[in-house]
Design a protein around this ligand. Structure first.
Ligand SMILES: [Zn+2]
Length: 305
């Protein structure tokens, strides 16, 4: 049972008890209003703080038994920045994850293909990087992430294994939607907050100071649809971060290696027997039909259990 389900049960029970036990009075109205307000704030915090695992589990960090970290870059691809980053990572012999936005990937497929050719992982960062999906039905969420998956499948021949939602947001239908698309939900435990700190030295110092064994580090190529950074600023941030982390004794591993142990894997149970989403997309299946298949296979597994 998710924390969302527990909280909802708890709040509804408190509502019921208040109605049953407290006499109708201004006091009861205030109590019910307070409970409703508390519930709304709880839902909002749960939606915006991935590490709370409120609606679904978010992988924020890998195993801490070794001095290793994984680099991730969000919001690309961008023709002014991605090639420079790829060159830097090639020089530094680091394999990262690029959480690309679907519609930008469709615009710059060669950058996606080049990142994959350089042995970086490509992650799904939604199709439009909007927030409407978070207020949508499970089918609406599937449609948003499936559209990006389709683009990546056309470019790479397979769908990504990892997703990161815009700003790490989550909502009640997200767990089922990502399970339908066989996408592991990846968050972070250290991020640059580039828009706030601006200066590459400050950003990298913050990341280097906060990194721990197993950290998943989030840096941005740009803030998609919101703000662009100077390419040199992005590059300098990445270089200083890499240098600083190496100076602290960390080594870089690709995210899939960091999460290789079964207990760290971000996928829900039963994925092994689910159909390959990439193959389904290649056959022209839609998110809706993939979801029906997922529900049918989950139901039949539950029936067998
Ligand atoms: Zn983003």
């Amino acid at each position: 049972m998710s924390r969302f389900a527990w909280s909802t049960t708890w709040v509804m029970s408190a509502f019921g008890l208040t109605l049953a036990l407290v006499d109708a009075s201004p006091g009861r109205t205030w109590l019910l209003t307070g409970l409703a307000g508390f519930y709304i704030v709880l839902l909002a915090i749960g939606a915006l703080v991935p590490r709370l695992d409120f609606y679904l589990r978010a992988v924020c960090r890998g195993p801490a038994d070794q001095p290793w970290v994984a680099l991730t870059f969000d919001d690309g691809p961008d023709p002014a920045i991605t090639p420079l980053l790829l060159e830097l990572l090639r020089r530094e012999r680091i394999r990262a994850v690029f959480f690309f936005v679907g519609e930008a990937a469709r615009q710059y497929p060669a950058l996606v293909a080049q990142a994959a050719a350089d042995a970086h992982l490509i992650g799904n960062h939604s199709n439009q990087h909007g927030h409407g999906w978070a207020f949508s039905s499970t089918q609406g969420i599937v449609a948003e992430f499936e559209a990006a998956n389709r683009t990546f499948t056309e470019i790479l021949g397979h769908a990504p294994r990892f997703a990161r939602t815009p700003v790490g947001a989550s909502c009640p239908g997200l767990a089922k939607a990502l399970a339908c698309l066989r996408l592991g939900n990846i968050a972070w435990d250290v991020r640059g907050l580039e828009g706030l700190y601006r200066d590459p030295t400050r950003i990298s110092a913050r990341v280097v100071r906060r990194a721990r064994n197993g950290s998943i580090i989030l840096l941005h190529e740009l803030y998609y649809g919101v703000a662009r950074f100077e390419p040199q600023q992005v590059l300098e941030t990445a270089q200083l971060t890499i240098d600083g982390l190496r100076a602290r004794g960390f080594r870089f591993v690709r995210l899939d290696r960091l999460l290789a142990q079964p207990e760290s894997a971000p996928w829900p149970d039963g994925w092994e027997s689910s159909p390959e989403t990439g193959a389904l997309l290649a056959k022209g299946r839609t998110g809706e039909s993939i979801m029906s298949d997922h529900i049918a296979s989950t139901t039949s597994r539950a029936g067998r259990a």
